[in-house]
Design a protein around this ligand. Structure first.
Ligand SMILES: [Zn+2]
Length: 430
């Protein structure tokens, strides 16, 4: 079989025009998010592509016009051999009105060894490589012993967890590889959670009462929610500093774990004392922390801050964490992902990379966030591994190197083959 695999790996190079053609095809589907709700045609293309290769297709609307597609290729000896999920998102970053693209963002250009177009790096390149690997295995008549599940999901760019929906639907495997932008590094990631902190007065007062709630003898126990929010923001800054000093994680510059007061809304009219103020925060945390844990730390800290203020003590801040979409309910969660370099699948990926790329594999952490965290959250061992670099993701004239795309496709082909040909460990529980 080794001979057959080597032949297949050589074919990636010989047929690289087809691989590039497949990527161009994917780029031509206009799938920016926002506005989103535009992936139906592209997802149908993936569904048909996989169906042709023997996959059983599950396609369902996560939102109208934005379906997830999951294809399952049942292995010849599923119960004894390792299963694999290959996961990628079909949506791409939004495109501004006046961006100076060479051609259009959805009209791919191939020249000087690169493919240019929206999504080339993030992450239609990764999807094209993975699909082409599947195609070559199919055409060679290879029957994998372990199950192979291909997930083409939606909504990643706007915090809509298409991948979470796959996990909720029960899709599991012994390992998952997220083919998002990683410049061929094998990566884990920190996480992000957004939250709303609300300070609210039980009563609404007219502007004319301000003197009575501020000055000696006024006898009105009230406050401006906007002014009280200043104490909350100060509290968040103190906690952010404390985290920067005390927490760290290999691969991240100290202080990467930030709490950003991103948006503030408050007050109703100049004729009133502000009776409500809402602060939208974005919290970055390290791979060895969970979003539940950091949310609790922030709540505990702010409730203590509130204890130190006579009015906030009676009117403590309220919290609302996460959300399922930045465009539907203004909130998102990207759980963190830790990669265990000694996990047998990670070792297999390292060895596939090193034998194909003839370079040492780099296992590190992504400076960004991907859907990889949902696998960590679901208890499925996973890693991010994809072509393209983050300088290009979301950029004008986004591009991916064809040489890297070819290397990537070879590595992934070998990894899919090797991992699904490896017997399950006796204690593994997919
Ligand atoms: Zn991405």
């Amino acid at each position: 079989m080794q001979h057959k695999l080597d032949t297949l790996i050589r074919q990636v190079e010989q047929r690289q025009d087809e691989l590039v053609g497949l990527l161009e095809r994917l780029i031509r589907f206009r799938t920016p998010a926002p506005p989103a709700r535009n992936t139906e045609e592209a997802q149908q293309f993936i569904a048909s592509f996989l169906q042709d290769k023997g996959f059983a297709i599950d396609k369902w609307d996560v939102y109208p016009g934005d379906p997830n597609v999951v294809g399952v290729l049942k292995g010849q000896a599923s119960e004894r051999y390792n299963s694999l999920i290959v996961n990628g998102h079909m949506d791409v970053a939004e495109v501004g009105q006046d961006e100076p693209w060479e051609t259009g963002p959805f009209e791919p250009v191939v020249r000087d060894g690169v493919v240019i177009g929206r999504g080339a790096a993030d992450m239609k390149g990764g999807l094209a490589g993975a699909l082409f690997a599947v195609q070559l295995l199919h055409e060679a008549g290879v029957r994998l012993p372990g199950d192979l599940t291909f997930q083409s999901v939606i909504g990643e760019e706007v915090g809509e967890a298409g991948t979470l929906e796959c996990c909720k639907r029960g899709y599991r495997a012994d390992f998952a590889v997220v083919v998002d932008t990683s410049d061929l590094h094998i990566q884990g990631q920190g996480g992000v959670i957004t939250g709303w902190v609300t300070v609210k007065s039980r009563q609404t007062y007219h502007d004319g009462t301000r003197k009575s709630m501020l000055h000696a003898g006024g006898k009105l126990f009230g406050a401006s929610a906007i002014e009280k929010m200043m104490k909350i923001i100060q509290g968040l800054q103190d906690l952010e500093r404390h985290w920067a000093v005390m927490k760290s994680y290999p691969g991240y510059a100290p202080g990467t774990n930030t709490i950003n007061p991103a948006v503030i809304e408050g007050g109703r009219h100049a004729a009133f004392i502000a009776d409500e103020c809402r602060l939208w925060i974005t919290v970055h945390f390290y791979p060895n922390e969970t979003y539940e844990q950091v949310a609790r730390e922030i709540e505990d800290h702010l409730l203590k801050v509130a204890q130190g203020d006579v009015w906030l003590r009676d009117n403590p801040p309220q919290f609302e964490w996460g959300g399922s979409s930045m465009i539907e309910d203004r909130g998102e969660i990207f759980p963190s992902l830790e990669v265990d370099p000694n996990h047998p699948a990670v070792r297999a990926l390292i060895s596939s990379h090193e034998s194909v790329a003839r370079r040492q594999a780099i296992v590190d952490v992504s400076p960004s966030v991907t859907d990889g965290g949902w696998f960590g959250d679901a208890g499925i061992p996973a890693a991010i591994y994809g072509p393209g670099n983050l300088r290009n993701a979301h950029a004008v004239n986004e591009q991916v190197s064809i040489e890297q795309l070819v290397t990537y496709t070879k590595v992934l082909l070998k990894f899919i083959y090797d991992w699904t040909h490896t017997a399950k460990q006796p204690d593994a529980q997919p």
